[in-house]
Design a protein. Sequence first.
Length: 395
Amino acid sequence: MTSTKTTGRAARHEARLLWAANPGLFALLEAARHTGPITRVPRLGWVVTDPVLARHVLNDHAAFGMNGEGGVGHLWTQLFGDEMAQFFGGARHAEIRTRARDLFTEDAAQALVKRSQGPSHAVLAGRLAAGETVDVADAARVLAGRMVADLLGLAADRRDDAYRELFGAGERLARLAMGTTASTDLDSGVVARARSIVDEITAGVAHAYRTAGPHTLLGRCRDMDLGLPLARGLATLLVIAGTETGVSGTVRTVALLHDTGRQRALLDDPSLMDNAVREGLRVATPAPVIGRHVNRDASVGGRRLRAGERVLLLTYRATNGAGPFDPHREYVPETRQLWFGGGRHLCLGAAVARTQVARMLATLLSGGRPYRIVSRRAARGVLVPAYAELSVRRG
Ligand code: HEM
């Protein structure tokens, strides 16, 4: 069993990450330990901490939407225009997801991660075997950039620094959304700054939209005749959705496995890998809050929500109620995979995310011996809580 001492240590490191990322969010998550399953908070709106109620909101697409004050679609539409709103609701959204589905299956995810990250994993394993110290956070940022470039159909053969820059630009763009917990209305200065970061992120998109193969996301956008502006919006969404959360989930799972003293369990029984990945993502819940706009009056957990209000689903609280990281924990039915959201907008990249975490753990444990964390640093002032640095060495 996991000892109280090790779970306490893991929890302290996690708490420090959340606080460094955003002290306001940390305070909200702490306060929410003591609120009921759904409660109304002045200036913020409705706050939900119960996993079943959170899924209820995510599944009720008529009452709760992504567009409009409180939903993430509202932010994207201010950057990319009304057409982008179509991606976040309605028939266009369903069509795009259907046409892209085969790029995100378990098999496609395995192939994508192997193709885009395999050579880097081999280098990483070699460095660890040679006794070197490796910064897993830096490695994961480069790997995520490589994966997303490959998936989109952008140039995938660049130097590591190009992917560090791509990740950094995504992080800066996501940071602009940090002031939006109370309102998703962006002022014109923020929109201008965001657009200039988007220009950086999408520098290669016009070329890829014309030339990328049919098995890439931008090639699919062209086949669907989405037009360049919407393709740019979707490419930016993929860079944000596919890198920040993926890196956070990967690196925090590496830390949780270490801090809870569970590496030996995984080395002795590799069939626990899927559980370890699921537990890492559950406990880390890299997207700790999901927002929705109330489209029409609705009842949730016995409370009456009115059209025009907003709801914050504190997924981090909802998933962590099941207890600390434990690779022997069975699947938790109430929680399901709430860290990937739910309903129509359930994370499209879930299989990619899981595969990336599993590949990283397998690489770190490839010598048959546990790794040791030699130093770590939390990222400050970021939307997605993450390690800026997590240096490990073998044995
Ligand atoms: C551990 C890593 C990840 C986590 C925790 C995560 C979490 C989420 C969550 C919670 C949502 C739903 C947001 C909402 O309903 O408002 C979402 C949506 C999405 N995610 Fe992920 N994600 C991860 C990795 C990825 C990766 C690697 C990709 C791409 C390769 C990706 C692509 C997407 C896309 C495209 C959407 C929008 C889906 C839609 O609106 O239909 N995600 N993700």
